[in-house]
Design a protein around this ligand. Structure first.
Ligand SMILES: Cc1cc2nc3c(=O)[nH]c(=O)nc-3n(C[C@H](O)[C@H](O)[C@H](O)COP(=O)(O)OP(=O)(O)OC[C@H]3O[C@@H](n4cnc5c(N)ncnc54)[C@H](O)[C@@H]3O)c2cc1C
Length: 328
């Protein structure tokens, strides 16, 4: 039996103080952390429950939204202002997990959920540099259907599993953080790290840093947005490839675009090159495929997931086509 303490934080300051204990972890809905503890991938000595911290969804002075980190995924997806102003976010959240899990899962926990690479979970016999730095990576030569095609390294080819984070990356969301040293903000696109030679360091968070909220800026383009997830089954399956996109047309020209990809990298992948390729061009299939090609030019698939490059290309083009038809 592994002993641990459980306490419930009264507020952010209390949570940070309690998390100062050695080997402490914040506990959101527990839908990922508890599984990782069962598999002994994570072995915290203290759990600090942060579900009693603010989880409201409130309008900001610039017309955006501020979502408390303890907001449950279901509450975010169902919120009328999220549904009308940021439909890609609602669609991304409901594409993930199951209703029961979304009822438990918090925004803070969703951001920091860990990869679903099977070798990462297999503490009995698999080598994993993310779990044990320097051990090696069995996924590179193993079952890598779900693994990264962009931004991977010889040390790690795992992907980030969150659907919600893909939409947040496309929406230029900002993550609010608090620690014993003060408060700061980080763009969602900069929160997660690519693996390099330290795949065990997954985010730019400092030890003990608490996520207090996620801010969605005012984004008129996001009203016309969507999320599409391609997976092996229609529920309880993580993305092979997913696309979050928003499009703004000015007559027969693409005035602006936001695009992010999921299931392709260790972080939600903002498709900056695709966006750049789209702006100022006619909204045709040719343009959409050129944008996808620009983004995927540096894709390095593995033996088990070469199909993902074409899947990402075609999914991106199809989503942009769907958005174009919605405008006309
Ligand atoms: C069967 C199954 C299927 C799933 N399918 C999908 C899917 O298709 N798509 C998808 O996106 N997700 C899926 N998930 C994952 C699910 O979305 C995550 O488990 C969930 O979002 C995690 O949120 P949580 O609040 O339960 O986090 P927890 O498990 O409580 O915590 C996760 C991590 O976040 C940290 N943490 C929590 N809150 C904070 C905070 N405020 N500040 C700092 N650190 C914090 C914890 O310490 C821990 O490291 C699935 C999960 C299961 C079990």
């Amino acid at each position: 039996m592994i002993e641990l303490t459980y306490t419930r934080a009264a507020d952010a300051a209390d949570a940070i103080r309690r998390a100062g204990a050695e080997n402490a972890k914040y506990l959101g809905g527990g839908t990922n952390l508890v599984d990782l503890m069962r598999e002994t991938v994570e072995v915290p000595a203290a759990l600090v429950d942060v579900t009693g911290l603010p989880g409201e969804i409130e309008e900001t002075s610039d017309g955006g939204l501020m979502i408390g980190a303890a907001a449950r995924n279901t509450a975010v997806a169902a919120h009328p202002k999220v549904r009308s102003r940021y439909p890609m976010l609602t669609r991304a959240i409901v594409a993930g997990a199951s209703a029961q899990i979304r009822n438990m899962a918090t925004v803070g926990g969703n951001l920091l959920q860990r990869t679903r690479c099977t070798y990462f979970y297999d503490t009995d016999g698999s080598r994993c540099n993310k779990r044990t730095p320097g051990a090696g990576c069995d996924a590179i030569e193993g079952f890598n259907r779900y693994h990264a095609i962009l931004g991977a390294s010889p040390a790690c080819v795992a992907t980030h599993p969150s659907d919600m984070c893909v939409a947040l990356a496309a929406l230029d969301a900002v993550v609010h953080l608090r620690s014993a040293y003060g408060e700061r903000t980080v763009a969602l696109c900069d929160l997660h790290r690519l693996p390099g030679d330290r795949p065990d360091v997954e985010t730019v968070l400092e030890p003990g840093e608490l996520i207090t909220g996620v801010q969605l800026p005012l984004s008129p383009i996001a009203r016309h947005s969507t999320y599409r997830k391609v997976r092996d089954r229609s529920s309880y399956a993580f993305a092979l490839v997913s696309v979050a996109a928003a499009l703004e047309l000015d007559g027969d020209t693409i005035a602006d675009a936001r695009v992010a990809l999921g299931g392709v990298a260790a972080k939600p992948w903002r498709a900056w090159r695709a966006e750049e390729t789209l702006r100022g061009q006619p909204p045709t299939e040719e343009t959409f495929l050129q944008a996808a090609d620009a983004e995927l030019a540096e894709a390095r698939p593995l033996a088990g997931n070469t199909f993902k490059v074409d899947l990402a290309r075609r999914t991106l083009a199809a989503v942009l086509q769907e958005l174009t038809e919605g405008v006309r």
